[in-house]
Design a protein around this ligand. Structure first.
Ligand code: SME
Length: 146
């Protein structure tokens, strides 16, 4: 999938959908080969709470304390986390035996972190700088819809 085309199609989905978060998650998971599990976590009082997701299996990590795991780190710093090899990152909270790399992109509203996009890939080094730029744009698009 071409990133510019993906951005355009996601804009259309966001304009028309009555279930925006789920439709965006489904689109990312269906159209990008390396995006094997896609979920959106929403910031709660002390932890991240799993919202819509799509992938072959459910995760046991439906609540993650801020500061824990790759997801909690991104929530604490507000910075995108790209983990090329999850097994060499001591923060990693394992969900699926097939996962080899992960990206977590914070969603912000007026500078405040309100959620994040979490994507697991079965391929090592799956997430390039283009993925990072693309997904940060997607996070911006979602900021008004959380
Ligand atoms: N691996 C994540 C936990 C969430 S699952 O990937 C869906 C982490 O280390 O925070």
């Amino acid at each position: 999938m071409d990133y510019d085309q993906g951005e355009q199609q996601l804009k259309n989905i966001i304009q028309k959908s009555s279930n925006i978060l789920q439709d965006v998650v489904d689109y990312l998971c269906d159209k990008f080969d390396c995006y094997n599990w896609v979920g959106i976590y929403i910031i709660g009082d002390k932890d991240l709470v799993l919202g819509p997701w799509k992938g072959p299996n459910a995760t046991e990590h439906t609540r993650i304390p801020i500061g824990k795991g790759v997801c909690g780190s991104a929530a604490a710093t507000g910075k995108t986390e790209v983990v090329d090899d999850v097994h060499s990152d001591s923060r990693y909270l394992a969900c699926f035996v097939t996962t080899k790399s992960e990206i977590v992109v914070p969603i912000k509203k007026q500078g405040k972190i309100i959620g994040e996009i979490d994507i697991d890939s079965d391929k090592r080094n799956a997430f390039t700088n283009e993925d990072k730029i693309f997904l940060e744009k997607v996070a911006d698009m979602l900021s008004e819809h959380i």
